[in-house]
Design a protein around this ligand. Structure first.
Ligand code: SF4
Length: 432
């Protein structure tokens, strides 16, 4: 077990932003303060968008940040990692006839220019809770419990905390300082994170109860990645192997491959391609079986990858991994299986080609991390009830592990709501 001293990781608050003060002011004036609050309604953590933008317009940046923090314990992270174009900005009224209000950039401006009051550290005397997993759901649950007077210990299987925020998101998107500043807040509040401590299975859950924990929250995420099933694919990195090494031990990869091919069409594939450029690859090709229009990745990320020099090879279906690269079949788009669905593809006979690459990374999607001792559904997600409860009394589960989170913000919300359910149970138990 490697307990870490988070106080050693304190870093100065970042002072860099996409917006200057005058740009932020002008952008804030574009908000129409719609009575319907369509933006906030599509935010998984219900950020009071209209209200915090109004504070920026008044140049009250502290007030803006305080409003954001009411529902969101780590805005320094969400302002960097949320795909606002698919959430709040997607439903912004301004977007109907033009550009939506740049809500994400305004949130980041508030984070970098506002100061919020630290939560008061309460005496943690109301009970002890163990949290398994230190990704966004686990961290958010820990924060919500701690500020209400519960003592929280987090057990993390990896040697470092943060889950997907640490291993899966490159630091050109989420600088390490952003996560570290939140971990420092938790440390100040008295949360202990035990790294290198994987807990799974019935017996180990019961051992935690024997050690004095009154409740357990399982937030082990979805870190099991689908592997490419093609001849020659044994040498292919999964995106998690590649991104974790590039994030945590970049020296291992730096300058090692002149050309890298990435297979996939989602955000993770684009992140891996952009990370590949940063570890010194001169030629990075992203291979995707459909067209640009069908890619799941955010438009913003795709555009940035293109600007940085990633070459996109669309309508290409990998067939075999060769020593010199990826043999692909050329594809054409056909009709979608149902109205509004993504278009299907078919191979164009005799039009195979090879994308040359010294290394190949596959980004084909994730499944929940394995966890023994609790029931799972057909897809491997932990089975939970409406209040995050599992079949074992006192054991709750949430975030990606329980299939309830499809984004970082949704995972934060899941952890926060689960904390409320845990508190309800502990209150009931204390009066029985
Ligand atoms: S939908 Fe857009 S314009 Fe309307 S309140 Fe939200 S941010 Fe402002």
């Amino acid at each position: 077990m490697h307990d870490i001293n988070l106080s050693l990781q304190k870093t100065p608050v970042l002072k860099q932003s996409g917006f200057t003060e005058s740009q932020a002011f002008l952008e804030s004036r574009r908000c129409l303060a719609c009575p319907g609050r369509y933006c906030a309604a599509s935010c998984p953590i219900h950020t009071p968008v209209t209200e915090f933008i109004a504070k920026i317009r008044e140049k009250d940046y502290d007030g803006a940040l305080c409003l954001i923090k009411e529902n969101n314990c780590m805005p320094q992270v969400t302002c960097r990692v949320c795909a606002q174009e698919r959430q709040c900005e997607k439903n912004c009224t301004r977007g109907i006839k033009g550009e939506p209000v740049a809500i994400g950039a305004l949130e980041r401006f508030a984070v970098e220019n506002g100061v919020s009051q630290k939560p008061i550290s309460l005496e943690q005397s109301k009970g002890r809770v163990a949290i398994l997993g230190s990704g966004p759901a686990g961290l958010s649950c820990a924060y919500s419990l701690t500020i209400k007077g519960y003592k929280v210990d987090i057990f993390e299987a990896r040697d470092y905390p943060g889950g997907v925020l640490a291993w899966g998101i490159p630091d050109f998107i989420l600088p390490k300082e952003s996560l570290d500043s939140f971990l420092s807040e938790l440390d100040d509040l008295g949360v202990t994170i035990h790294c290198g401590k994987k807990i799974s299975g019935d017996q180990n859950l019961h051992n935690l109860f024997s050690q004095g924990f009154s409740a357990i929250f399982v937030a082990t995420g979805s870190g099991t990645e689908k592997r490419l099933d093609l001849p020659g694919a044994e040498s292919v990195f999964t995106s998690s192997e590649f991104l974790e090494t590039a994030n945590i031990n970049p020296g291992i990869l730096q300058g090692k491959f002149k050309s890298i091919a990435v297979i996939g069409g989602g955000d993770t594939a684009v992140d891996a391609a952009r990370a590949a450029l940063r570890i010194g690859a001169e030629k990075v090709t992203l291979i995707y079986r459909r067209s640009r229009l069908e890619m799941g990745a955010s438009r913003k990320e795709i555009e940035m990858a293109e600007e940085e020099g990633v070459d996109f090879k669309f309508l290409a279906l990998p067939q075999r991994i060769l020593p010199e690269g990826v043999k692909c079949a050329a594809m054409r788009l056909t009709e979608a299986s149902f109205p509004g669905g993504r278009r299907n593809t078919e191979a164009i006979l005799g039009e195979d080609f090879v994308v040359e690459a010294e290394a190949v990374v596959s980004a084909l999607g994730f499944a929940p991390s394995e966890f023994e001792g609790l029931d799972v559904d057909a897809k491997g997600y932990l089975k939970v009830g409406k209040r995050f409860e599992t079949r074992i009394k006192g054991v709750f589960a949430g975030g990606d592990a329980a299939g309830s989170a499809k984004s970082i913000a949704a995972a934060l919300q899941s952890g926060k709501l689960a904390a409320d359910c845990i508190i309800d149970l502990l209150k009931r138990l204390s009066t029985e």
